[in-house]
Design a protein around this ligand. Structure first.
Ligand code: TXA
Ligand code: MG
Length: 329
């Protein structure tokens, strides 16, 4: 198929919306990462998304909506907690898991009786959903196993010829995928960490919010994550990767020494050292793709201190990218 490249002008967004209404696939910008979207009410669109991405179809898709009102079309009920979070955080990088209505096909939810709903930020995506007149089911717009795309060019690298259109929007400022919170149980639980922290959710709801225990350790700990996607080794660069953890001085010295050693052996080495969690989130996936492109064979990265929840969210991605290869220094 020939992929059309569209701008964020109103007339182009209308074209993209027509593609969605006709059952086609569109790559679109959000504040977190680019999405690969289709009509959330159409089981064939869901199948086409799984095929384009090369993704197992038991891994459910997030349904993107324009707000709480549209969420009611897909959620069997919107509990008070969901209303409060939507009011405080949407549009923004928060996805809520709720019981689904029958209008959401099993293909979209990977057979689950719940649906993940998110109202993303950004003018282009808001218009795209509005003009489509339906929720847009979308995973991140990467081939399964590659880092999520934070620029349209990255999505195009993976999906050119496999989707009907790509909207050439701005680079993503968030840079890691949305926080997923499960609201179907008594207490809210985070199924995937992101820029919306458990502290923020607790503050809005006035109750404690923890992490799904399965996501806080390596995948071999024997716990089954409640967000099916969390069981896969995402974000894998082609290069091997090691994460150095310890006092900043030690980390810098150890990375320098190891880089010199590897270079002396002729191994192409890249380093990743971030100032803080937010800039790490914004740049990590683009940096991993760039190092791959440069033919880097070994990535030496500095771990972020566990003191802040945002750091924890980025470390969740870095640990997966590094296959949990941590070097204490
Ligand atoms: O920021 C984001 O969330 C981006 C943009 C495009 O919105 N989307 C995204 O989608 O990251 P994806 O498909 O790469 O990740 C969706 C995650 C998976 O881990 C999936 O298992 C989980 O959401 N998920 C979807 N529906 C679920 C449900 N009903 N219950 C539990 N987890 C669910
Ligand atoms: Mg993804």
């Amino acid at each position: 198929m020939k992929t059309r490249y569209l701008s964020t002008q109103d007339s182009d967004i209308r074209l993209a919306a027509d593609i969605i209404k006709d059952g086609g696939l569109v790559v679109f910008p959000t504040e977190t990462v680019y999405g690969l979207g289709g009509n959330a009410e159409d089981p064939l669109a869901a199948k086409a998304i799984y095929a384009a991405k090369g993704r197992p179809s038991d891994n459910p898709l997030i349904v993107h909506v324009t707000g709480a009102e549209m969420a009611r079309r897909y959620a069997a009920e919107l509990p008070e907690s969901a209303e409060k979070l939507a009011e405080a955080i949407w549009p923004g990088p928060l996805t809520m898991v709720l019981p689904k209505k029958p209008v959401v096909p099993d293909e979209t939810t990977g057979g689950l009786k719940t649906v993940a709903l998110r109202c993303p930020a950004g003018e282009a995506v808001a218009k795209l959903i509005e003009y489509s007149g339906v929720g847009i089911a979308a995973p991140s717009a990467n081939i399964s196993g590659r880092p999520s795309p934070t620029r349209w060019e990255h999505a195009a690298e993976d999906l050119d010829g496999k989707v009907d259109a790509v909207i050439q929007g701005p680079p993503c400022i968030g840079g890691i995928e949305s926080t997923i919170v499960d609201l179907t149980e008594e207490a809210p639980a985070i199924l995937r960490p992101g820029l919306i922290t458990p502290e923020r959710i607790s503050q809005v709801l006035g109750v404690p919010c923890g992490y799904d225990p399965a996501i806080t350790g390596p995948p071999d700990a024997g716990l089954v994550p409640r967000a099916p996607g969390m069981k896969y080794r995402h974000y894998a660069p082609r290069a091997a990767m090691a994460l150095f953890s310890g006092p900043p001085e030690n980390v810098r010295r150890a990375i320098g020494a190891r880089a010199a050693e590897l270079s002396a052996k002729g191994v192409r080495t890249g380093t990743l050292i971030y100032e803080d969690g937010l800039s790490a989130a914004e740049n990590l996936f683009a940096d991993l793709r760039r190092l791959d492109e440069e033919g880097c064979e070994y990535i030496l990265a500095s771990a972020l201190p566990a003191s802040e929840s945002v750091n924890y969210s980025v470390m969740n991605r870095m640990l997966k990218a590094a296959g949990y290869n941590i070097v204490e220094v």
